[in-house]
Design a protein around this ligand. Structure first.
Ligand SMILES: *Cc1c(COP(=O)(O)O)cnc(C)c1O
Length: 402
């Protein structure tokens, strides 16, 4: 397949000299620097909690119908606050052996946040079709020491969340969404992150909406609000103090420093203002890959991701699943030779050195292990051009001899 405007009529684009197609590239939406200068010059606010932090809170709450949003310096921080809330709710005496159920196929922060509070991650396998939590297996792992189930919305789609809610409805088990990749995605018409008791977003440079480092804690169950505000503000009642609800600014609870600087919030606000524009561009990139690469499944060499009918995706990742590890590694090498950066990820946490220390064994969660060996993530960023996508697809066809 020869794409329009391709190598055939443009010598700059032959294999040897074509510029690198990176895996990711940060996108500047427009007003980021303008808002940062406003924060500095107009508002004279550098620390967290100023005008732009409040604007981000209000916009996120309104856009996604979330009860209370608190910006954090990362999604990791939001998960840590969530784990602290679980530990404080459940106490240390009654349940010293607390656990939280989560997929093994996820980023380390999902597990670390809980482990730091002595809550043991109970790793669950994933579904081969969406790479999300296997609902039935997750529910089978719940026991009397389970404080939470943590679905991770891989690539911006979710598992069938209703199954988790129905099974935990009259129990104390919280649902904590790791929606790091699920900003602006939906499950049955509701936004990911707005559904569980708690949720978290990431605005890391590698995500869809960015602020360098950054994240947000999403509080849907109001019983966690006051305590979460204390924890995020170093264990103080600073939030109530500034809202005039108390006249003494003092130490009231456990806590740490989880606020992002106002400069980060100013940057983020410019991105959030453009969220639909960014979303539509990513959808178009995703759909282009999907159309061009469907043939791989017909040829039996690799499959494209699947978005369940109950989801609207955030289009965070476009991946292929090859038939085996040899094919996958060969494909990445072939792309690299052509100056295209494709990646794979997630050594399943249970099979990592830390997972082994926790007592897990290789072979225990076979779907995740198999997916980790076969997955390839293709270049995916706002400014990826159509002719670059064509080139990536051509090189994939070439590798598989199509
Ligand atoms: C990116 C990511 C995180 C961590 O986000 P940070 O903002 O970098 O802390 C956590 N969980 C998942 C699933 C992620 O993709």
């Amino acid at each position: 397949m020869t794409p329009p405007n391709s190598a055939a009529n443009n010598t700059a684009y032959n294999n040897e000299t074509r510029p690198l197609i990176p895996f990711n590239k940060a996108f500047i939406a427009g007003k980021e620097l303008h808002y940062i200068s406003q924060a500095v010059v107009l508002h004279n606010q550098l620390a967290g909690g100023g005008v732009f932090t409040q604007r981000c809170h209000a916009l996120l709450e309104e856009l996604f119908n979330i009860n209370k949003v608190l910006l954090t310096h990362s999604c990791t921080a939001a998960l840590e606050i969530s784990a602290l809330l679980m530990r404080e709710t459940w106490g240390s005496d009654q349940s010293p052996e607390l656990n939280a159920i989560m997929p093994t196929y996820t980023f380390v922060s999902t597990a670390n946040a809980f482990l730091l509070r002595d809550i043991k991650p109970k790793f669950c396998d994933i579904r081969e079709d969406t790479l999300n939590l296997d609902e039935a297996m997750a529910l089978s792992l719940v026991d009397s020491n389970s404080c939470a189930i943590v679905p991770v919305h891989y690539a911006g789609v979710s598992c069938d969340l209703d199954q988790l809610f129905e099974a935990t409805e009259n129990t104390d088990v919280a649902i904590i969404e790791d929606a790091a990749q699920g900003v602006n995605a939906k499950y049955r018409g509701r936004f990911l992150g707005s559904i569980g008791d708690l949720g978290s977003y990431s605005f890391h440079e590698t995500k869809n909406i960015i602020s360098g480092e950054g994240g947000a804690l999403l509080i849907n169950n109001p019983k966690y609000k006051s305590r979460a505000e204390h924890i995020r503000e170093k264990g103080t009642n600073r939030t109530e103090f500034f809202q005039g609800e108390t006249d003494k600014y003092t130490w009231v609870d456990l806590g740490s420093s989880y606020l992002p600087s106002e400069l980060v919030a100013a940057f983020l606000y410019a991105q959030l203002e453009n969220i639909q524009f960014i979303h539509e561009r990513r959808r178009s990139i995703y759909e282009t890959y999907e159309v061009r690469l469907k043939i791989l499944a017909h040829k039996g060499v690799a499959i494209c991701p699947r978005i369940p009918e109950y989801n609207e995706s955030s289009y965070h990742i476009f991946h292929l699943l090859c038939n085996n590890e040899v094919d996958r590694n060969g494909l990445i090498a072939h792309l690299k030779k052509n100056n295209i950066h494709a990646l794979f990820h997630y050594i399943p946490l249970h099979s990592s050195p830390m997972g082994q220390k926790l007592g897990y064994k290789q072979g225990q969660l076979p779907v995740s292990e198999s997916v980790a060996e076969r997955i390839v993530r293709l270049p995916f960023f706002f400014e990826l051009k159509l002719d670059e996508q064509d080139f990536v697809c051509d090189k994939i066809y070439e590798y598989f001899g199509i």
